[in-house]
Design a binder for this molecule. Structure first.
Ligand SMILES: Nc1nc2c(c(=O)[nH]1)N[C@H]1C(S)=C(S)[C@@H](COP(=O)(O)OP(=O)(O)OC[C@H]3O[C@@H](n4cnc5c(=O)[nH]c(N)nc54)[C@H](O)[C@@H]3O)O[C@H]1N2
Ligand SMILES: Nc1nc2c(c(=O)[nH]1)N[C@H]1C(S)=C(S)[C@@H](COP(=O)(O)OP(=O)(O)OC[C@H]3O[C@@H](n4cnc5c(=O)[nH]c(N)nc54)[C@H](O)[C@@H]3O)O[C@H]1N2
Ligand code: SF4
Ligand SMILES: [Mo]
Length: 711
């Protein structure tokens, strides 16, 4: 009898949350296709989905807790592992204080509801101020703008892509990334549909990306100058008398201040710096304001730069002053079935900023976390309050945070480190103990985070399809068990109430907690209801939510928060600074996923992915041709990579993807090591942050490029 069956799951790799139809022969994966009956993703899929099976079945995957003993790794039981971790972390905290143990939470945690629900418990139990995550190398500025303007760090507006008639994109390449802070299965198709109905797509990006190439207009901007462009656009709108808040006028503050700010940056003043002519800026501003509906949206290129905070604020401001915020076809808010925003608002946790600062550089906390750019120095700088131990969860900061090489060195000086991960990679190789988790189809799935950011309201819950290897545990269980072990050994925050909460949560389990969130959510769903609709439920288009959803005092939108107005001085000063000849920016490729999927042969085979893109003039001036190896050097380090000569990048700009550089000894990633590349973050500078928010400023690193010496 055939044991073949087609079962449904959801892809957990990127923010598009594609529905999958998985063909199984018993527990064996036969094929992975897009689920055409998923009303949200409509059958979309990309080449990475097939690699879920590669990670699950990867011989290099960690399948039992591992302890490092000298240069060797030995499997240990869960009891032994958890006991050791709790005891050692508690000992460090007793000796050096609670904040001597740091926590770093990586990106895949937001793709696992089990992790999302578990992390806050471990974090509370540790009671350390040394908390870090991938947020501060990513979307922190957007969250800061949300906190300041709407009163809640998670109240992030998303582009109403399916109804807009003008989509202005800054620093985003959804045709490669599949969309970010914009969950939309099949975004390429949605962008095509936008243009088919007569709408326009305009892309502002130093590189002619896949998205720019398929747009109506591409404006190659100088890296790090988006805030200037946006201010100049606002200046034009105010001067033309086109600024019109429409429905927002009744509950918005700060329009005169915003006008005053913009008045300082007319197009002529910023044209040279941005590389976009004053005429082009005027034309863009007018096209945006006169479109039937329009949305401006900024992503990684807009937030991971020197003026990320200002840019994130001005993106929202531009939508607001054209009446496109919280309006059909504009920048809108979701109404998710499990309402993370509402739940945290009810518990009084809307977020906070700069409530304390880091020890060494005085960088501000955000939402209780310090910037990842300061992690290395908090470990390697002597003195009281130094970080002595680290717990990482689903992260690879050695490859993903600025000046990863310094962090790499710092990690080897820690007294103790525990990593919760599926791989022994460039970061987790430093751990004393690795605790392995389930992955992919081995667990049930609900997108707690991404339905908060989706372009339609939707919900989909799927069951696990195959049993996990016997030696791994689910994210939630590992996080809670580590928290409980820490307490048993006298570490972390004390208090009986906390102990009771942790034990209760462990007993309830993540599924029950999710069910409660769904039941109390705005759509009154439940796991039982979702199980009956395994293809997912469409909960309709986005609807206006303001002012009810605001968390600001008096429920008013703040158009000109003081922290941003003050930061304009720094922006103004940048106009007078001389610029580097050559600056480095990042990029993403469809077949790659941050730092951790290069062990899938199907994704890395073919031409190398880690190539430095360079304009023909810049290449010629340095005697470089396509395929030649170049040495790229920055203030912090140098690497060697092959060059790809292309006029897709602007003159004076070079582009390299991040997440490569699988050359570090002691990582156990056989396929990745054979396709190693070099790490962009061995060039990015930990001292280069958005001075306002503390977010990493990856974009625009000054570099020298020369032919690599052949010895
Ligand atoms: N295939 C694939 N998909 C992914 C990922 C992946 O690694 N691979 N990663 C996921 C993650 S974690 C995220 S956060 C999202 C990111 O999603 P996106 O932000 O859409 O992805 P990127 O390709 O990094 O796009 C950033 C763009 O900014 C441009 N840029 C650089 N500097 C500047 C600047 O100063 N100004 C402007 N205007 N543009 C600039 C770059 O050239 C690049 O095209 O993608 C997610 N999806
Ligand atoms: N220069 C430059 N640097 C960048 C960026 C850039 O654009 N340019 N982008 C930044 C962005 S947007 C991000 S989000 C960060 C990402 O930075 P990180 O989150 O630090 O790194 P990842 O590469 O996502 O590594 C994820 C880790 O989680 C593990 N993992 C995967 N799935 C699971 C799971 O289900 N459970 C557990 N426990 N572990 C799992 C993987 O094995 C891997 O070790 O990188 C940032 N770094
Ligand atoms: S687009 Fe993203 S969610 Fe969809 S299959 Fe590809 S990686 Fe998975
Ligand atoms: Mo990210």
């Amino acid at each position: 009898m055939s044991r073949m069956a087609t079962r449904l799951h959801t892809c957990m790799l990127c923010e598009a949350v594609c529905g999958l139809a998985v063909e199984l022969d018993g527990a064996k994966l036969k094929s992975i296709r897009g689920d055409a009956d998923d009303p949200f993703s409509r059958g979309h899929i990309c080449p990475k989905a097939a690699a879920i099976g590669d990670v699950q079945g990867d011989p290099d995957r960690i399948r039992e807790p591992q302890r490092r003993e000298g240069g060797r790794w030995r499997s240990v039981s869960w009891k032994e592992a958890l006991d050791e971790a709790g005891e050692r972390l508690a000992a460090v905290q007793r000796k050096h204080g609670r904040s001597a143990v740091a926590l770093y939470i990586g990106n895949p945690s937001v793709h696992s509801y089990s992790a999302m629900l578990g992390v806050p418990f471990l974090s509370r139990a540790l009671g350390s101020r040394a908390r870090f995550s991938a947020t501060s190398v990513d979307q922190l500025p957007h969250m800061l703008a949300a906190l300041e303007m709407f009163g809640h760090q998670l109240l992030l507006p998303v582009p109403d892509v399916d109804r807009t008639s003008f989509f202005l994109m800054l620093g985003a390449n959804p045709r490669a990334s599949n969309g970010s802070l914009m969950t939309a299965g099949g975004i390429s198709r949605r962008l095509d549909e936008l243009r088919q109905r007569g709408g326009k797509v305009v892309v502002v990006d130093p590189r002619r990306t896949e998205t720019a190439a398929a747009a109506d207009q591409h404006l190659p901007i100088r890296p790090g100058t988006d805030a200037l462009l946006l201010l100049a656009m606002l200046q034009v709108l105010f001067e033309d008398g086109r600024a019109d808040l429409r429905h927002l006028a009744a509950f918005s503050d700060g329009l005169p201040l915003l006008r005053e700010a913009a008045a300082r940056f007319p197009p002529e003043r910023v044209a040279d710096r941005t590389g976009i002519s004053a005429d082009a800026i005027r034309e863009l501003a007018r096209a945006f304001a006169t479109a039937q509906s329009a949305v401006a949206y900024g992503r990684v290129g807009a937030s991971t730069q020197e003026f990320g905070g200002l840019t994130a604020w001005l993106v929202v401001a531009l939508n607001a002053v054209t009446g496109n915020l919280d309006r059909e076809g504009g920048f809108m808010f979701t109404s998710p079935a499990a309402d993370l925003v509402g739940v945290s608002a009810r518990t009084g946790d809307r977020g906070h900023f700069a409530a304390w600062r880091s020890r060494v550089r005085g960088l501000p906390e955000f939402g209780g976390e310090l910037p990842a750019a300061t992690l290395a120095e908090e470990i390697d700088t002597e003195g009281g309050g130094r970080i002595r131990a680290l717990v990482t969860f689903a992260g690879n900061p050695v490859l993903s945070t600025p000046n990863g090489a310094r962090l790499d060195r710092a990690l080897s000086g820690l007294e103790y480190m525990v990593s919760i991960d599926v791989y022994r990679n460039e970061t987790t190789r430093h751990a004393d103990l690795i605790l392995p988790t389930s992955f992919g189809f081995e667990r049930d799935h609900y997108d707690l985070v991404f339905y908060v950011l989706s372009v339609r309201n939707a919900a989909r819950y799927v069951e696990a399809l195959v049993p996990p290897p016997p030696g791994v545990r689910d994210d939630f269980a590992v996080l809670l068990d580590l928290a409980l072990s820490l307490r048993r050994h006298g570490g972390g925050r004390r208090g009986r109430a906390l102990g009771a909460v942790l034990r209760a949560a462990r007993m309830l389990g993540e599924r029950r907690l999710l069910d409660l969130m769904l039941r109390f959510g705005p759509h009154r769903l439940s796991l039982r209801k979702l199980r009956r609709k395994p293809h997912g439920i469409d909960l309709g288009p986005l609807r206006p939510q303001l002012p009810a959803r605001l968390g600001t005092p008096g429920k008013r939108v703040q158009l000109a928060p003081p922290i941003f107005l003050r930061d304009l001085e720094r922006l103004e000063a940048s106009l007078a600074q001389c610029r580097a000849d050559l600056v480095l920016i990042g990029r993403r490729a469809l077949r790659s996923n941050n730092s951790w999927m290069h062990n899938s042969l199907r994704l890395v085979k073919g031409p190398p992915g880690c190539v430095l893109l360079m304009h023909p003039d810049d290449a010629a001036a340095r005697g470089l041709t396509s395929g030649a190896r170049a040495r790229v050097a920055s203030r912090v380090g140098s690497i060697e990579v092959p060059v790809g000569v292309t006029s897709d990048v602007a003159r004076g700009v070079v582009s390299l993807p991040h997440g490569w550089g699988h050359t570090r000894e002691g990582a156990a990633l056989g396929v990745a090591a054979a396709h190693a590349g070099a790490s962009l973050n061995d060039l990015t500078d930990e001292q280069s942050v958005d001075a306002l928010s503390g977010n990493a400023a990856f974009s625009g690193v000054p570099v020298d490029v020369t032919p690599a010496r052949i010895d």
